[in-house]
Ligand binder design. Structure first.
Ligand SMILES: [Zn+2]
Length: 305
């Protein structure tokens, strides 16, 4: 049975091959370039067919005018439904009532749990996050909302300290410096990738939601965006070195463009990369042309003997 490890990168599109505006063109990304046979994650690469990986440019607009947003894009990824069309607009970042009820219905998570698959949503959240949600001061994003609605546990600081979860900053440095956990172990991004590989070996599906890319895109700073991309690449290097790619499909997906064009601090209408590495990548890629195809593709890959 094929396992799937999903690394969701919020706000990563396929942009111009211009290192002055696109951190994916400027950054040193050896793990990604190695998987892609030396090609870059930019629009000019088109679809990339490499021995170990396939990258499919993916439509995030879904036939709805305007710039794609996170809540509708993530709902499309998790439910396989055209969330922006159902809503009549691209909406985000946090899901409104219509999207929340959609995310409380059938999703990638509920479908796999109904088949008795071991599923882990591996993001760690600090106690302050849980407190803010409980006080009504904060709404879950679409992905944790769907995870929790499916009955998955949201992971905690204790899980992170024990290597059962991951931090969006990959190194846990922010937990020590600003989130009130001075004793949280520090990891390199590579080590964080190895943590995800270990979690993947213990589950059928692991899902990691990384939104540092979208934050960097909104910030519009090239050096900071390059730093974020290079840390993610080191993380992917650690993951790909440790995961069994004969038995596991690593799927790197996004919900809309943003970081790939720093001339604007908002989202873009660019295609997003769906990067499939390892077990069944070629066949899985055949099923993808827009965001709604990701969820059925993952179910199909995992049902394959
Ligand atoms: Zn955004």
């Amino acid at each position: 049975m094929t396992k799937v490890a999903i690394v969701f990168l919020d706000g990563v599109g396929l942009g111009e091959d211009d290192p002055l505006v696109n951190p994916l063109a400027a950054a040193r990304l050896p793990a990604l370039m190695d998987a892609l046979d030396g090609r870059r994650l930019v629009a000019a690469s088109g679809r990339i067919d490499a021995p170990r990986a396939t990258m499919v440019p993916t439509d995030a607009g879904l036939g709805v005018k305007g710039r794609p947003q996170s809540a509708t894009g993530q709902a499309a990824l998790l439910t396989g439904r055209n969330a922006p069309k159902i809503l009549g607009e691209h909406y985000g970042p946090r899901p409104n009532a219509v999207l929340r009820s959609m995310l409380e219905g059938p999703t990638l998570f509920t479908r796999l749990l109904a088949e008795q698959r071991a599923v882990a949503f591996v993001n760690a959240y600090p106690q302050g996050y849980f407190d803010a949600v409980a006080r009504g001061k904060r709404l879950h994003g679409a992905i944790p909302h769907a995870a929790q609605a499916a009955g998955l546990r949201l992971r905690t600081a204790e899980d992170l300290a024990a290597g059962r979860a991951l931090s969006v900053d990959l190194t846990n440095a922010a937990w020590r410096s600003t989130m009130g956990y001075p004793d949280m172990p520090l990891w390199t991004p590579w080590e964080a990738g190895q943590v995800l590989a270990r979690l993947s070996s213990a589950h059928d599906l692991v899902f990691f939601d990384n939104w540092a890319t979208d934050v960097a895109g909104h910030g519009g700073n090239l050096a900071e965006s390059v730093r974020v991309m290079e840390e993610i690449d080191a993380f992917l290097g650690g993951l790909l070195a440790a995961v069994d790619l004969d038995a596991t499909l690593v799927a790197i997906i996004s919900d809309h463009g943003n970081i790939e064009d720093l001339r604007a601090k908002g989202h873009t209408e660019n295609l997003t990369p769906t990067l499939l590495i390892g077990a069944g990548h070629q066949r899985a890629a055949e099923a993808i042309s827009d965001l709604t195809h990701v969820m059925p593709m993952v179910l199909d890959v995992m049902r394959d003997a």
